[in-house]
Design a protein around this ligand. Structure first.
Ligand SMILES: [Zn+2]
Length: 149
């Protein structure tokens, strides 16, 4: 089995944003980023409710006109290990290309004060399992301690 992300040494991985893989689909490229919010195996992972809320808010922002990247977004979603999120974008990209996008996305979450988007039983598979307060806390922590330094 050849899964590049399994070959990364998670014992030395720090918080940050990494290019996890670049794939070709036809004549196009897709770049998968690891948005690593927690140090693997060394600190408590994200709670499911706040990770779920981060997913809803990141998807909302990234796919909005405001982000200016809406046409490039393929996927944003949580890692099963709950230490971060995967972001898949069209194109052959590096981390510098998306730093402003991610900073703006986190500021959107930090300042978010409305109803969580798509937070109904019709739109979400577990709509009661959210935590906006902790999502904002984690977004602020990652922004201040990792992205904005
Ligand atoms: Zn949901």
């Amino acid at each position: 089995m050849n899964v590049p992300s399994f070959k990364v040494n998670h014992d030395t991985l720090k918080r940050g944003v990494y290019v996890s893989r670049i794939d070709t689909v036809g004549n196009s490229y897709l770049t998968t980023f690891d948005i690593r919010i927690k140090v693997p195996n060394k600190e408590p992972v994200l709670g499911n409710p706040e990770m779920h809320t981060l997913e809803h808010l990141l998807a909302t922002y990234l796919r909005s006109d405001e982000s200016k990247w809406s046409n490039e977004v393929i996927y944003i979603g949580p890692m099963g290990c709950r230490t971060g999120m995967y972001l898949i974008l069209k194109g052959k990209l590096n981390v510098e290309d998306i730093l402003d996008l991610l900073k703006n996305a986190l500021l959107y979450i930090i300042n978010f004060d409305k109803e969580i988007p798509a937070n109904t039983s019709k739109e979400c598979g577990n709509y009661l399992d959210h935590n906006l307060t902790f999502a904002k806390y984690e977004a602020k922590k990652f922004y201040e301690e990792v992205l904005n330094v």
